[in-house]
Design a binder for this molecule. Structure first.
Ligand code: ZN
Length: 238
């Protein structure tokens, strides 16, 4: 068990976090923060590769992103449901790791597992703070919940500059060889690498441009921002 985790990212599937906030996690590790990833499912329904392949690949990606802790729950792949049983499974992890910041999938998405994971994660964070509920660890509620999105149709509250982490984040995604290498060729090379790089660069470039940097990852927070000193607000207006 880790001492304590600063930032926990929860996602439905292995390789989701790599696509939404992998650069941010790597950047936070570089800043000295301890990061963790909880994948809700193990990928048994995936068309390509086995559950064991994906476990190995997730571990490789964890190391590439310098994430301190990673685990996958046993919630059925393709059937992420917001049940009390699942909320307590996630809440137990939140209590074990005691993160200050929780990153969840944005509450709107194409894949039901993604948006359900966002709602499930939010309610699990609430459950984790219920003092009288015994889950084997002391009650804990994250201070901050922010949302990460896979798709480019979300207006972010803020973005994180990942210009320096972009290449490493790409490598963490390519670690999922069973998903992203060309199975037919069997060459072990990545014919799709250029395609994946272009897609990630377009997305990260779009969000970067919103804040005047090359590449960024978008986040949404529900709360209104609080400012003490108007002279310290980042990002130039005109
Ligand atoms: Zn996914």
């Amino acid at each position: 068990m880790p001492d304590s985790i600063d930032i926990l990212a929860i996602a439905a599937h292995r390789d989701d976090v790599e696509q939404t906030c992998g650069g941010t996690l790597r950047k936070m590790a570089q800043l000295g923060h301890k990061t963790a990833i909880l994948d809700l499912t193990r990928g048994e329904m995936g068309t390509r590769g086995t559950m064991e392949d994906r476990a190995r690949e997730a571990e490789d990606a964890r190391q590439i992103l310098r994430v301190s802790w990673r685990k996958a729950l046993d919630i059925p792949d393709g059937r992420v449901e917001n049940t009390f049983e699942n909320r307590t499974k996630v809440a137990a992890v939140i209590r074990e790791l005691r993160p200050r910041v929780l990153i969840l999938p944005y509450w709107q998405a194409r894949h039901p597992d993604h948006y359900t994971a966002g709602i499930l994660g939010y309610e699990a964070a609430f459950v984790a703070g219920l003092v009288k509920l015994d889950l084997g660890f002391p009650a804990h509620r994250p201070f901050k919940i922010i949302y990460a999105s896979l798709y480019a149709d979300v207006r972010p509250t803020f973005v994180v500059d990942i210009t320096d982490q972009f290449e490493v984040r790409l490598q963490s995604l390519l670690a999922y060889r069973s998903q992203y290498s060309d199975q037919a060729s069997g060459s072990g090379l990545f014919p799709r690498e250029a395609e994946i790089r272009d897609k990630l660069a377009a997305m990260a470039g779009f969000y970067g441009q919103l804040a005047g940097v090359k590449y960024a990852e978008p986040f949404v927070q529900k709360e209104v921002g609080l400012v003490d000193d108007l002279l310290t607000i980042p990002v130039q207006s005109i």
